[in-house]
Ligand binder design. Structure first.
Ligand SMILES: *[C@@H]1O[C@H](CO)[C@@H](O)[C@H](O)[C@H]1NC(C)=O
Ligand SMILES: *[C@@H]1O[C@H](CO)[C@@H](O)[C@H](O)[C@H]1NC(C)=O
Ligand SMILES: *[C@@H]1O[C@H](CO)[C@@H](O)[C@H](O)[C@H]1NC(C)=O
Ligand SMILES: *[C@@H]1O[C@H](CO)[C@@H](O)[C@H](O)[C@H]1NC(C)=O
Ligand SMILES: *[C@@H]1O[C@H](CO)[C@@H](O)[C@H](O)[C@H]1NC(C)=O
Ligand SMILES: *[C@@H]1O[C@H](CO)[C@@H](O)[C@H](O)[C@H]1NC(C)=O
Ligand SMILES: *[C@@H]1O[C@H](CO)[C@@H](O)[C@H](O)[C@H]1NC(C)=O
Ligand SMILES: *[C@@H]1O[C@H](CO)[C@@H](O)[C@H](O)[C@H]1NC(C)=O
Length: 292
């Protein structure tokens, strides 16, 4: 998942996108699409750690990372090799100071091992390993020199079963909330081609990193998922909101609202979901204009 609510410029026209020859991941958290020089696909592995507040009225520490292949927001494709590989890391120290950095990598290689084990290697600057039972994820950062100055590790331990976006296990797309109507181009991409696999819906995470000379060390709530799509986000959606609510016991409530771009005179519709799925389906239907 992307970080919070990013306002995305509308604009680009979607020519009917047909990218049917997706590589299908063998592992739950593996490679689902192939971003490359001749397409605009993007795939990313996201994780976050949220620590407890250290003093009243002050938010706790936060660290999130994204291992990217390609661009989630359409960029100037002005380079000789695509997709570009990079890691973005941002968050807050316990004192409320923030950090945000992007570390380029020479490669972004996903290797799928036995069962669900996955290893991601982003050049020499970062890596992650998902265990075959999807119970642990280890992340390392290794760009200690200026201008990046980040190094260290994060270890996740899951306490919930993996699932796809809508708490289902049979399809990584938004089939379950797909409205009964003819979808416009943007909606077709949103409901049929925006993939979402949640390998670690909740659990604990140990963080120990050094960022720009400051150590950030805490144990917090962890979450990890990945997304993929044939187009950059701003080509088919106008906004994406995502939130967590942690209950005292599993399951985590996960909510998300994604608006497809409206094109022409077609009404904008949303994929709005939260668990459980029944609520989801109702919400998605409720948002459709009367008579549809
Ligand atoms: C790039 O991906 C497309 C599918 O989107 C595929 O048809 C093509 O063969 C790939 N090209 C390379 C060089 O891998
Ligand atoms: C794109 O590449 C061309 C040729 O290498 C270069 O002249 C131009 O400055 C580049 N544009 C950007 C925005 O990087
Ligand atoms: C990050 O910190 C800088 C300097 O204090 C501040 O200007 C900026 O608004 C902060 N950004 C966020 C997202 O909090
Ligand atoms: C990427 O991983 C594959 C195994 O899936 C391996 O054969 C290949 O050598 C790796 N490539 C790089 C550049 O690390
Ligand atoms: C893969 O999963 C199967 C079935 O769950 C299990 O029998 C096997 O031991 C696993 N192999 C590895 C290497 O984890
Ligand atoms: C994560 O696990 C590795 C391997 O056991 C260990 O070396 C590292 O210190 C751990 N990191 C944290 C933050 O616990
Ligand atoms: C890194 O820390 C130095 C001071 O040690 C500061 O001047 C600089 O702005 C910091 N860089 C970032 C990206 O926060
Ligand atoms: C999500 O699905 C799992 C497995 O089917 C189920 O145990 C869990 O209760 C579901 N969560 C919600 C919030 O519906």
């Amino acid at each position: 998942m992307m970080f919070a609510s990013k306002k995305i410029a509308h604009s680009l026209l979607i020519a009917s996108v047909v990218l049917s020859n997706f590589a299908h991941a063998v592992s739950f958290d593996g490679q689902y699409i192939q971003p490359n020089l001749t397409n605009t696909a993007v795939e990313w592995w996201w994780g976050s750690a949220v620590g407890a507040s250290q003093s009243p009225g002050t938010p706790g520490p936060v660290l999130q990372f994204l291992f990217y292949q390609g661009y989630s927001i359409l960029a100037d494709f002005n380079h000789s090799s695509l997709p570009e590989y990079y890691i973005t890391i941002n968050g807050f120290f316990s004192n409320g100071n923030n950090f945000s950095l992007t570390v380029p990598a020479t490669s972004g290689n996903i290797s799928e091992g036995n069962n669900n084990s996955v290893t991601g290697t982003w050049g020499t600057v970062g890596a992650f390993q998902i265990s075959s039972d999807l119970k642990t994820m280890a992340v390392t950062f290794n760009a200690p020199d200026a201008p990046y100055r980040i190094s260290g590790s994060m270890n996740f331990t899951s306490n919930r079963a993996n699932h796809y976006g809508c708490n289902v296990t049979d399809s990584p797309y938004f089939d379950v909330v797909k409205p009964v109507k003819t979808l416009n181009d943007a909606e077709q991409v949103l409901f049929n081609q925006l993939g979402w696999a949640v390998a670690i819906p909740g659990g604990t995470v140990n963080v120990d990193v050094r960022i720009n000379g400051t150590r950030l060390q805490f144990t917090g709530n962890g979450y990890h998922d990945q997304n993929w799509m044939p187009l950059a986000l701003n080509e088919f959606i106008s906004s994406w909101y995502f939130g967590f609510a942690e209950d005292t016991s599993p399951p985590t409530m996960l909510c998300c609202k994604i608006n497809a771009l409206s094109t022409g005179r077609r009404p904008r519709i949303s994929a709005l979901f939260a668990l459980p799925a029944r609520w989801l389906v109702q919400k998605a239907r409720l948002r459709l204009p009367a008579g549809r």
